[in-house]
Design a protein around this ligand. Structure first.
Ligand SMILES: [Zn+2]
Length: 384
């Protein structure tokens, strides 16, 4: 944990600062720069590193190695020179909002259910793993209370207790603590040892939105967003919902019902289509006189069991029956014969009709890439 000597510890709102370049080392195509002091927050405690500039040079990463903070930059800076640093504030403030929002949610869950935050990742969304289960209703309750803490606009307090005070304090912590410990208190929500950067008052966190939950080990993985990012997410989700509402002529808050009705009607149509196509097959079957030598029957896209059943029925009226299912130049075939050895004929059919497949002497199946006319002609040539 940091020593709290750095500018970002003293003032998380410092956007610009001046410092002296202590060293600059070339590493691969980049430069590792150490400064006399810095407001750049190094990656740590789950919070990503700051970006920004030192004079004209871009700071791409900041890492803490021992007591040294290393700025990885895309250009060199002269040792001993003075530099002006500027933090990418948009990025940092977004991280402060999301980091503080995480404190509020983790603290409330800890206080209410006794669970620990056992995994924390700040990526496109903020991911937190808790070591106990939570359902949607419980998380909705936490979300409501978290936003109430925001609305209360509580002042966030940083404490530096000595070892004795620390022994008697109750706080959340992810690891063994040594040296100077900073305790971050969000009144009403959380007390936690943390070296990250936080907003001054909870009001600055803005909207806190829990996005999803899924089972994780024996607990739950929660995804959430705070601040501007949460607002952007809600705007996007509402725009999507608006499109559904327009497409289905449903009220914005009744789209789920409308989708449900649509799915039910679509399922009913599928059932109806199946009934109609069964009737059509029966009608076609009845049209054939018994005692035929060869029947070649083309049908619309059918599933395998229907093709098979239809072919079996046709084979009652012919020595050889073939059902082709598909359209254009793509056809699945199923052929049954009582008189011809189909296994011997399969190669001939496949090579003439760009096909593949095979089977047993009395039954073969596969596919052809050919037109209806060609298939009909070759079938009669080979099997007729
Ligand atoms: Zn923190």
């Amino acid at each position: 944990m940091a020593d709290f000597r750095e500018l970002y510890d003293l003032d998380a709102y410092m956007k610009e600062f001046d410092a002296e370049v202590l060293s600059c080392t070339k590493k691969d195509e980049l430069y590792e720069i150490v400064l006399s002091q810095t407001a750049f927050y190094p990656e740590g405690g789950g919070q990503p590193a700051d970006h920004g500039t030192l004079n004209g040079v871009h700071v791409l990463d900041v890492q803490e190695k021992g007591k040294t903070i290393i700025h990885t930059c895309d250009g060199p800076l002269e040792e001993g020179s003075s530099v002006h640093g500027a933090i990418d504030w948009e990025r940092r403030f977004d991280l402060m909002q999301n980091h503080t929002g995480e404190h509020i949610v983790s603290g409330l869950i800890h206080n209410t259910y006794g669970y620990e935050n056992v995994g924390f990742h700040m990526g496109e969304v903020i991911q937190i793993d808790f070591n106990g289960p939570l359902d949607d209703e419980q998380l909705a309750g936490i979300e409501t209370r978290a936003n109430q803490i925001v609305m209360n606009n509580e002042e966030i307090i940083a404490l530096f207790p000595d070892e004795k005070e620390l022994e008697t304090m109750e706080f959340r912590s992810k690891k063994e603590l040594h040296g100077v410990v900073r305790i971050i208190e969000v009144p009403g929500a959380d007390v936690c040892a943390c070296c990250g950067t936080h907003v001054k008052r909870t009001g600055e966190v803005g909207l806190i939105k829990i996005l999803s939950r899924q089972k994780h080990k024996k607990g739950v993985r929660v995804e959430m967003l705070s601040g501007k990012r949460a607002l952007a997410y809600v705007q996007k989700a509402m725009a999507e919902n608006h499109k559904i509402s327009v497409a289905l002529s449903a009220k914005e808050l009744e789209t789920a019902e409308a989708v449900d009705a649509l799915l039910k009607s679509s399922f009913a149509k599928e059932v109806r289509i199946r009934e109609v196509s069964e009737k059509l097959l029966a009608y076609k079957l009845n049209a054939y006189e018994p005692g035929q030598k060869l029947i070649v029957d083309f049908a619309d896209e059918l599933d395998r069991t229907v093709i098979r059943r239809h072919c079996n029925a046709l084979a009652e009226k012919a020595e050889t029956a073939a059902v082709l299912s598909g359209e254009g130049e793509m056809w699945n075939y199923f052929i049954i014969s009582h008189t011809v050895n189909l296994r011997e004929k399969a190669d001939q059919l496949n090579s003439a009709l760009n096909g593949r497949g095979g089977g047993m002497p009395e039954m073969i199946q596969g596919s052809f890439r050919a037109s209806m006319e060609e298939i009909d002609r070759i079938m009669h040539e080979v099997l007729g």
